[in-house]
Ligand binder design. Sequence first.
Ligand SMILES: Nc1nc2c(ncn2[C@@H]2O[C@H](COP(=O)(O)OP(=O)(O)OP(=O)(O)O)[C@@H](O)[C@H]2O)c(=O)[nH]1
Ligand SMILES: [Mg+2]
Length: 285
Amino acid sequence: MSNRANLLFIGLPGSGKTTFVAALWHVLSDRSSATALKLTKLSGDRTYLNQITKEWRECSQVPRTNLQTEQVVVLHLDGEGVGAVDLSIPDLAGEAFKQQLTDRRMSRHHDTLVQNATGVMLFLHPDVQKGTQLAVAQQLEAMLPGSQTAQATSANTVPNTWSPDMLPHQVRLVELLQFLLERAQRKLRIAVVVSAWDLVESLGMSPHGFINREIPLLQQFLAANDDLLDHNVFGVSAQGGDITDEAEKQTLLELDDALKRIKVRHDQETSQDITKPIAWLLGGG
Ligand SMILES: Nc1nc2c(ncn2[C@@H]2O[C@H](COP(=O)(O)OP(=O)(O)OP(=O)(O)O)[C@@H](O)[C@H]2O)c(=O)[nH]1
Ligand SMILES: [Mg+2]
């Protein structure tokens, strides 16, 4: 008998959810590498998985998920410390999470997914830190009476009224987690996945170190709520590199085995096992 488990992948648009699912399906269906979780059988409609994994293999951009293209992926897995499990993972649109922030409402469908979630994977792309927050702060400063730059500030550089678009990235992530905790019925395991890890690995930090330094509000929120959640942080390069850079894309395509593109960093350990964060969410590791 298999247990049933439901994971919830959350993250803003472009945070790497679909790319992760595509690489995961490649690894599971390829079966040639040692992974914490293995596929036990194939069943259900695999059209979506095969389509995104084909794009992934070809180093093409996986299509952005929108509210119409959201799919639920079901995987039959087995692993040490986890046992046989029928795992369901909806590939949701980041757009839906963005709407939760602007409308402060969650659809009934999302609410059901939250209530049934065994574990949550929170995706964040390391590049989104590059925002305009400093520019906004400078504009606000210029508006203060007595500011040296106040005279030079023309009407069109004065910021408009506040809008949710101005929310810093880490505030958005904490908001998304607050929505979850409010609706979840039990203590949740949350795996934070810093996607596109290849872009930041040269900084020499561990994934924990990275969010500590770059996204401290999120780190503090996770630590302060340890009565409601258990968390862990992984750095995952699911694609292996920047496919918008032609030379880098060629290097990735020339690898004799696409599995070698994947890198998963956890604390000081680096592996190619993309099932690790899922195994941890399911109680293994
Ligand atoms: N450099 C690098 N970029 C990556 C990696 N994985 C994903 N990306 C890029 O990050 C972005 C994430 O894309 P998706 O996987 O579609 O993100 P998503 O969270 O599914 O987005 P929505 O469907 O809009 O919710 C894309 O531009 C990818 O090319 C990686 O391992 N390395
Ligand atoms: Mg997507």
